[in-house]
Design a protein around this ligand. Structure first.
Ligand code: IMP
Length: 197
């Protein structure tokens, strides 16, 4: 199936294409010449993911999916959460966001955190939500150069390397977005089966 993925984040597009494989085509907004700054003003990830998907669906009339992700840090009461992109300001600076996070955590021993992704799908005018979560800890220095966002300071549970120290394929098998996308992929597979029966 062919979809618009409502994002221009090259890292995400790479992750998504590698997970969805050849049976689905995910077009980026850039490939459709859409450069709108899509509003992300809802109070939670579900609302933002749906708002992005609806915005692009209205614009293109195509099947579309969008994701919204937050890093939820226990010692900060769930912050940065839905504010993850703009934690340190409107210019969505990954490095400044990490600086602010580490400063707020200081020497706090409770480093428990999780990434949570919500994917909103609009397929044939129906809306669906998929969730993916990965638990982990925040370390107090940056490690690794892969990935994006908070990857250099996040170690997923059961591993001893940050997401930024992992190959994309390894991150995809355990990540929040990988898990949500796997649910999306299975759902699309079932839809295709139902259509053929
Ligand atoms: P978005 O709204 O889904 O783009 O995500 C909000 C913010 O969360 C991004 O700007 C990144 O800072 C962060 N983020 C999202 N996904 C990831 C990830 O896979 N690794 C690290 N940070 C991420």
């Amino acid at each position: 199936m062919k979809f618009v993925f409502a994002s221009n984040n090259d890292h995400k597009i790479k992750e998504i294409r590698s997970i969805l494989g050849d049976s689905h085509t995910a077009l980026s907004l850039r490939e459709l010449n859409i450069f709108d700054d899509i509003p992300e003003e809802e109070p939670n990830l579900e609302g933002n993911a749906l708002a992005k998907a609806r915005y692009i669906h209205r614009l293109t009339g195509m099947n579309v999916f969008a994701d919204d992700t937050g890093l939820e840090v226990d010692a900060l009461g769930g912050l940065p959460g839905v504010k993850s992109a703009r934690f340190a300001g409107e210019n969505k600076d990954f490095s400044a966001n990490i600086d602010k996070l580490l400063a707020m955590l200081g020497s706090n021993n409770n480093r428990k955190a999780r990434f949570r992704t919500i994917i909103a799908l609009i397929l044939n005018d129906n809306e669906y939500l998929f969730e993916g979560i990965v638990e982990g800890t925040i370390i107090d220095e940056r490690r690794g150069s892969e990935g994006f966002g908070y990857d250099p300071v996040f170690i997923p549970s059961g591993k001893n390397r940050t997401f930024a120290e992992m190959e994309l394929s390894e991150k995809n098998t355990i990540s929040h977005r990988g898990r949500a996308l796997e649910k999306l992929r299975k759902f699309l597979e079932e839809e295709a089966c139902n259509k053929n029966n």
